[in-house]
Unconditional design. Structure first.
Length: 256
């Protein structure tokens, strides 16, 4: 009896620490037609005042075919040599894409999202704001499931004509979820649509975390419009294409 009582005290202590400490969650997004491959990665940090997010696309090896001058198309699966070269390029591209991803901040209880694109070679840090759509129309369902050792309850919502099922837990002391999913009385750890064409899944949860390990919102920054930010996105896409073209030229020279 004493052992059981001690175990209960330990569990309560862990839960209280989770509620008082800052929280880190990494989400993976999977989407059709390759529902088993990572399409997007998102990191989230929660504290008592705000949420901070960093996210980026994830590039798979097979997404980069090579075209030779004679018109021949070579896919990475055609040889171990090219497969390894593309895997290395994919890892490098994912690394710089994630390191240069925008940081997003949102105050708890607010629908205003502040985007801070990477400063890069610009003279000053800037940001733009976006308003999140309402996500409060949930129906709680009786089903329960354990995810990463946390007891979760199922819920349903219809958003833009698509039915989504979410699993959320109240054991982490925070509310929120992947992408823009929120509005439930707990942290959403898994979301998928009824046709199973897209899935958002928590793959790593750390709590409590060191408060100094999470991103800091810049104290000084210039506010810009979403249209001005679009020019930055175009530049990032152009740089990514340049990287792929560089690899293609290297492979062509190697083949010749």
């Amino acid at each position: 009896m004493r052992t059981a009582f001690t175990f209960i005290i330990i569990l309560l202590t862990v839960k209280l620490q989770a509620q008082k400490g800052d929280l880190y969650i990494k989400f993976h997004t999977y989407s059709a037609p390759s529902i088993d491959k990572i399409a997007h990665i998102s990191e989230q940090w929660y504290d008592k005042n705000k949420l901070s997010v960093r996210s980026s696309m994830y590039y798979e090896t097979g997404e980069f075919p090579v075209f030779f001058e004679n018109g021949q198309k070579l896919k990475t699966s055609d040889s171990i040599t090219y497969k390894e070269a593309y895997r290395n390029h994919r890892d490098y591209l994912n690394k710089i894409t994630f390191e240069t991803a925008s940081h997003l901040f949102r105050d708890n209880g607010s629908n205003i999202l502040r985007h801070y694109p990477p400063k890069r070679n610009l003279p000053e840090q800037y940001f733009f704001e976006d308003t999140l759509v309402d996500m409060s129309a949930w129906t709680l369902l009786p089903e329960n499931m354990t995810i990463h050792q946390f007891k979760c309850q199922k819920a349903l919502t219809v958003f833009k004509g698509v039915t989504y099922y979410a699993w959320f837990t109240q054991e982490l002391g925070y509310t929120g979820g992947p992408r823009n999913f929120r509005g439930l009385p707990g942290m959403i750890l898994l979301v998928e649509d009824s046709d199973k064409r897209i899935r958002f899944e928590a793959v790593n949860i750390i709590y409590p975390i060191d408060a100094n390990s999470k991103p800091k919102e810049p104290a000084v920054a210039k506010r810009i419009s979403k249209q001005e930010n679009s020019k930055i996105v175009e530049k990032q896409n152009a740089e990514a294409m340049q990287l792929m073209n560089t690899l293609q030229n290297l492979q062509n020279k190697k083949d010749n």
